[in-house]
Ligand binder design. Structure first.
Ligand SMILES: [Zn+2]
Length: 103
């Protein structure tokens, strides 16, 4: 009985690891190829409709970079990454480091 439980837990962990890996790969693809290459799809499925993911680039109206905590001043370019319903603001340096790490 304990061996069976251990085997099931091991399989569940492997599935979680694979799901996490797929999620990471998806995020990397979105950042690499930008959101304009990925159109949200919907249709006759009863599964959850994915939230759109994109990167918005534009002038900042005053925000803090969520990677380095540096203040992004008004008018400076900011990068807003939206994925899985979460929004993350980065300054240029942190965004470029993030993109280079993915390439
Ligand atoms: Zn930063």
């Amino acid at each position: 009985m304990l061996e069976e439980g251990s085997r099931v837990l091991s399989q569940a962990k492997a599935v979680q690891d694979k799901a996490r890996s797929i999620g990471d790969a998806t995020r990397d693809l979105i950042l690499r190829f930008r959101s304009h290459c990925f159109r949200p799809m919907s249709g006759a499925s009863d599964q959850e409709i994915p939230t759109p993911s994109y990167v918005w680039v534009g002038p900042c109206r005053g925000a803090t970079c969520e990677v380095c905590d540096r203040q992004i001043v008004n008018g400076e370019t900011e990068f807003v990454i939206v994925a899985r319903g979460r929004e993350m603001r980065l300054d240029r340096d942190c965004f470029q480091r993030r993109v280079k790490a993915l390439l």
